[in-house]
Design a protein around this ligand. Structure first.
Ligand code: TRP
Length: 328
């Protein structure tokens, strides 16, 4: 088929996916399948670093992968698996940790942020998080890693570890290229914070049209627009911003922009329009999801098959790494 190389990405099991996940990750995951051999991983071990939600790991894994499949991730060509099902990653993590200076880890902004967020649980896994991530990426010899901008420092870290490893032990690991998503920051219904489950400012892909409308009606629009007759500023309105991604018709967006500025259209009317387009956009997704969910074993079968295929690549890389390092 002559693909351009291998893509790897991982996502923590967060359950049902929302518009932020869709625009920031899933959409790209699906599109990349055309040009690359793709490997997508549910990073359950990484999820253990923030202990709070581990009782939901199984359910969250199921719901997330169901969304992935319904959105067009194709388990035929694409390897979809759970990180802990391929234990080689923990071995590679240990080996990579030996070429990782402590200072690099402690300096990472993502680590510092976690220390602030969970001061009572600054565990060793949290410090080693980027090493495990580097092991994910290099175990599958990924050429390209699609991530959001928050993962930039982790990717740069991975590249440095690869260079260090290859310098010490000879060319072994592939230095991955980062592929930033084109929608870096999707705001939630509050119009201020990044869309996230924990802030409950999200809209799930699997939501019914009625619930979509309900959620959209709560969205914060241009705060300067207090009255129906006030002119709006679409460039700072999150409804307008999101609508651009889900409208079937680019001209409608141009019209809405003009009508918002001239107050020809009100926020309520625009929200109803957006909710309709959003519900329509995800109608095939909802149908496909229901179809897949009819067989509750399906997701687990996909993941079991993915793990078998992932292990083949993992075993190969790890054997080479061990030989280069000189392990007897
Ligand atoms: N750290 C990533 C995140 O929080 C998840 C992740 C783990 C990942 N391993 C990865 C992403 C490997 C890309 C490649 O989103």
């Amino acid at each position: 088929m002559g693909k351009k190389g291998r893509v790897f990405s991982g996502a923590r099991p967060t359950g049902r996916q929302h518009l932020g996940n869709y625009l920031g990750a899933i959409r790209n995951y699906v599109a990349l399948q055309d040009d690359y051999d793709c490997v997508y991983c549910v990073v359950d071990l990484h999820a253990l670093t923030t202990l709070a939600d581990t009782e939901y790991l199984r359910e969250h894994t199921y719901e997330m992968v169901l969304d992935w499949l319904a959105a067009g991730m194709d388990p035929g060509p694409t390897i979809i698996f759970v990180q802990s099902h391929v234990p080689q990653v923990t071995e590679l993590h240990t080996i990579l940790s030996m070429v990782t200076p402590m200072g690099w880890l402690a300096r990472l902004p993502t680590f510092k942020e976690k220390v602030r967020q969970q001061p009572d649980n600054v565990n060793y896994g949290l410090l080693g998080y980027p090493v495990l991530m580097a092991a994910d990426i290099t175990l599958y010899q990924a050429d390209v890693v699609p991530v959001g901008e928050d993962q930039g420092p982790h990717l740069e870290f991975t590249r440095e570890i690869v260079r260090r490893f290859n310098h010490h032990f000879g060319d072994t690991l592939v230095e991955p290229e980062m592929k930033l998503t084109d929608v870096p920051r999707v705001l939630g219904t509050d119009g201020v914070n990044k869309m996230s489950k924990s802030l409950n400012n999200h809209i799930e892909l699997a939501t019914s049209p009625e619930e979509i409308l309900e959620r959209v009606m709560t969205m914060v629009t241009d705060p300067a627009r207090q009255y129906r007759t006030d002119p709006g500023h679409p460039e700072i309105c999150n409804v307008f911003h999101l609508h651009q991604h889900f409208s079937p018709d680019a001209e409608a967006i141009v019209q809405i922009e003009a009508d918002c500025r001239s107050a020809a259209i009100g926020c309520v009317e625009h929200k109803q329009w957006f909710a309709r387009d959003l519900a329509d956009y995800f109608a095939p997704f909802r149908a496909r999801r229901a179809e897949l969910a009819a067989d509750p074993d399906h997701v687990w079968e996909v993941l079991a098959d993915g793990a078998v295929r992932a292990r083949v690549i993992a075993a190969q890389t790890l054997a080479e790494v061990k030989e280069k390092v000189g392990l007897p």
